[in-house]
Design a protein around this ligand. Structure first.
Ligand code: TLP
Length: 339
């Protein structure tokens, strides 16, 4: 029985076109700034995001951490959503590496007024807040989208309070498709943006950090400090350039997620809120007294449908280009046998 892997869109393998571009990539030493393919990828990132400068980094986590290090000094504070990736899945790196404190705000992504109540008075013995970190789409929100109006509100409030804004845009192309806008419009409400090539876009490795020239010059130093200075990285950047050629095909992943969510919602014993499916993720939960999350993941693995324990009470399914609509229907058929 074929494995249908819905644990994450990170499992996507490079396409034949990417492999060819990788084999043929023109390369140089990127620590000297001499890799022409990396330079082309960074220029493309600037153009797409409407920013002055860009930096190719090995992973999304490193991109986020470099942004925090470049924006903040030790002991400063970063406001983020209580469901943020930087809080849940980056192993405390903001504290370990940047030496900052995360200040969690519930529903930062949806509640217009909530940010204002978290600003601190400027008294010397209080932590100094420096940065607001947004995430669009919000991973633990089940790939939920933060609207342009809400991004604008947060950005304006941050600016009124002299704060910087960083956007964890690991899946910014999914967000822009769902909002029917350009990624540039979303990036316009942030001083820096990290986005990933290695998720739904299908490249094997790599993320980009964009911002103004001064910020990226600083970020380049932090990347080297973290051991993220890569040499002939053009072989990776080449795949990234192919990935960025056609980002609108992510729409197909959103369609697959909708079909999966609707199918799952019809099964007795599974709870799925189909209205919450905005991009390529579906969260589903069984009645915990009958089947725990871990048991559900195990049961699915037995029928060779791989899902992930999302870190919340639900199981997470992520659609991507390596599963077809046919695979989704097949997965639903198999799951039906179990429920
Ligand atoms: N997310 C992974 C896991 O870490 C949960 C996944 O499978 O979804 N920001 C966001 C919003 C992310 O979802 C991820 C990866 C990252 C940053 C980190 O990217 P990488 O894995 O390249 O360090």
């Amino acid at each position: 029985m074929k494995v249908i892997d819905l644990r994450s869109d990170t499992v996507t393998r490079p396409t034949p076109e990417m492999r060819q571009a990788m084999a043929e990539a023109e390369v140089g030493d990127d620590v000297y700034g001499e890799d022409p393919t990396v330079n082309r990828l960074e220029a493309k990132a600037c153009e797409l995001m409407g920013k002055e400068a860009a930096l190719f980094v090995p992973s999304g986590s490193m991109g986020n951490q470099i942004a925090i290090m470049a924006h903040c000094a030790r002991g400063e504070e970063v406001i983020c959503d209580s469901e943020a990736h930087i809080f849940h899945y980056e192993m405390g790196a903001a504290a370990v590496l940047a030496g900052v404190q995360l200040h969690l705000v519930e529903n930062l992504h949806k509640d217009e007024g909530v940010l204002a109540s978290h600003f601190r008075e400027q008294i010397y013995y209080l932590p100094r807040t420096r940065l607001v970190c947004l995430e669009n789409t919000l991973n633990r929100g089940g790939g939920s989208v933060m609207g342009l109006a809400q991004m604008k509100t947060v950005y304006s409030l941050a600016k009124e309070n002299a704060l910087k804004v960083h956007l964890d845009g690991a899946r910014i192309f999914n967000a822009a498709l769902a909002l029917r806008c350009e990624v540039k419009e979303l990036a316009g409400f942030a001083d820096s943006v990290m986005f990933c090539l290695s998720k739904g876009l299908g490249a094997p490795v790599g993320s980009l950090l964009v911002g103004n020239r001064e910020f990226i010059a600083d970020a380049r130093r932090w990347r080297k400090l973290l051991g993220g200075g890569m040499r002939q990285a053009g072989v990776l950047a080449a795949a990234g350039l192919v990935a960025l050629r056609n980002t609108s095909r992510l729409e197909g992943d959103h369609d697959k997620a909708k079909v999966l969510a609707e199918g799952l919602s019809l099964l007795p014993g599974l709870r799925v809120d189909t209205a919450r499916v905005e991009t390529n993720m579906v969260l589903a939960a069984a009645d915990e007294s009958i089947l725990t999350k871990a048991q559900l993941v195990k049961k699915l693995a037995e029928i060779r449908v791989l899902a992930g324990a999302s870190g919340r009470s639900e199981v997470r399914f992520v659609t991507h280009s390596d599963v077809s609509m046919g695979d989704i229907k097949e997965a639903l058929e198999r799951i039906k046998q179990v429920f």
